[in-house]
Ligand binder design. Structure first.
Ligand SMILES: [Zn+2]
Ligand SMILES: [Zn+2]
Length: 314
């Protein structure tokens, strides 16, 4: 595909002029084989951020739900996005995923066991990459629904997830504002599933990036619904905003789905009301809402430890 070749050329340049010289300088030649893949992940990440910005920024400017006098609280969300999509975190996760998959696969093969992949579970998929891709997305999104729903069920886990909900100025940058421990849990969660259904390492970040474009859009400060049918096919800004709505008395938590609303419909947690409510978590300390990156991480970690001390279920 043209776009793949385009990304490879840019990644090749970054690798040749930026990464390899650093590796040679410090004598880290053992990473040489993987350095092109790192560059490729950064290029995919940059592309995802640019596309998200190009689509969401004009929509937020034209059809905002809220107008803010100051956008200061949005700044930290931009930092979360860059770190999560272009920076350190994709490289670390990819390295971990790659290394762990090599070890895991090697061990299984030693035991005389062939590691599974989706086409092995469903042989009819063989030779239909687009359908296979869509099924991968469904499985990962189903797993994400339960990860997210459980993070609202356990008190200690919610102490971490509260950082995501504390934002009152929710925008398309807000998807990545998560506690680093919460990111770590997600990584392990998806890693196990990725191994069970056998996503090849390089397809894994690309798949995640595509799904996450929808997730960025769903956080955007846009008065946008996809219509009766569209709302039931894909998570919209209106649908996810209800999940982030400030909890008024008697209002149930709803709309946990990240990309597809099917799981909310299936498990009775969907709310399709045509409402655009203010967002935030009234119980979260102010540092979680408007503090800087380190203040948010520190406050989240303290809340997590306190909640653990009080017992896990809550
Ligand atoms: Zn949530
Ligand atoms: Zn969210």
């Amino acid at each position: 595909m043209f776009i793949d070749r385009f990304f490879s050329i840019i990644a090749g340049d970054i690798d040749q002029w930026l990464i390899l010289p650093v590796l040679y300088q410090f004598g880290w030649m053992e990473w040489e084989e993987l350095s092109f893949d790192w560059a490729l992940i950064c290029v995919y990440g940059m592309f995802a951020v640019i596309v998200t910005y190009a689509v969401c920024w004009p929509l937020e400017a034209l059809f905002p739900v809220e107008r803010w006098a100051s956008r200061k609280a949005v700044g930290v969300d931009v930092l979360y996005t860059i770190l999560n999509r272009v920076g350190v975190i994709p490289i670390v996760s990819f390295l971990l995923f790659y290394q762990l998959q090599v070890v895991f696969t090697g061990t299984l093969v030693d035991w005389g066991f062939v590691p599974p992949d989706l086409e092995m579970w469903i042989p009819a998929l063989f030779g239909h990459p687009v359908i296979t891709f869509f099924i991968y997305a469904l499985i990962l999104d189903f797993a994400d629904y339960w990860r997210h729903r459980l993070s609202h069920t356990f008190r200690a886990w919610y102490a971490l997830h509260a950082l995501h909900h504390a934002q009152r100025q929710m925008s398309f940058w807000s998807d990545d504002r998560n506690h680093i421990l919460d990111d770590l849990i997600s990584f392990v969660w998806f890693f196990v599933i990725g191994l069970a259904i056998g996503i090849p390492p390089l397809q894994f970040p690309l798949l995640i990036l595509l799904l996450r474009f929808i997730e960025s859009l769903s956080h955007a400060n846009i008065r946008l619904s996809f219509g009766w049918l569209g709302e039931r096919l894909l998570v919209s800004p209106r649908f996810h905003r209800l999940h982030h709505a400030l909890k008024a008395a008697g209002r149930q938590s709803c709309n946990y789905g990240g990309v597809f609303p099917y799981w909310d419909m299936m498990f009775g947690t969907a709310d399709f009301s045509d409402l655009y409510l203010p967002t935030g978590d009234a119980r979260a300390p102010e540092a979680l809402a408007t503090g800087g990156y380190l203040a948010q991480q520190w406050t989240g970690a303290k809340m997590f430890l306190t909640a653990l001390g009080r017992g896990f279920a809550g």
